[in-house]
Ligand binder design. Structure first.
Ligand code: ZN
Length: 88
C-alpha cells in the first residue's frame, strides 16, 4: 500500500510506501516525518498514488484552494474505492 501525503514545508503532494518513516521532499528538500504528515488516501499501487497526487495538485491549483475539504477528501476515497471495485 501507498499513502498520498503532503509536504509540511512546501505543501506539495507526494506519496510514500505505507511503512516508510521518512521521505525527502523532491520539491523543497525537507525531510518529511510521514507519521506527522496528513495522509490523504491509501492506494494499492504507486502509479495510482502518483496519479492522485498530481490530480490533487491540479485540483487545488485550479480551484485556488489551500486544502481539500473533508467532503472532497471523502469523495476522493469513495471514488477510488469504486474505481478499485470496477477493476476486478
Ligand atoms: Zn516540500
Amino acid at each position: 500500500m501507498y499513502c498520498v501525503i503532503r509536504c509540511p514545508g512546501c505543501r506539495s503532494f507526494t506519496y510514500i510506501d505505507r511503512f516508510q518513516k521518512w521521505k525527502l521532499c523532491h520539491v523543497c528538500g525537507e525531510v518529511i516525518n510521514t507519521g506527522k504528515a496528513t495522509q490523504y488516501i491509501e492506494v494499492a499501487d504507486h502509479k495510482d498514488a502518483e496519479a492522485i497526487a498530481n490530480q490533487l495538485e491540479r485540483h487545488l491549483h485550479a480551484t485556488g484552494k489551500k486544502d481539500l475539504t473533508p467532503a472532497e477528501l471523502q469523495k476522493l476515497r469513495a471514488d477510488y474505492a469504486q474505481w478499485v471495485r470496477n477493476q476486478v
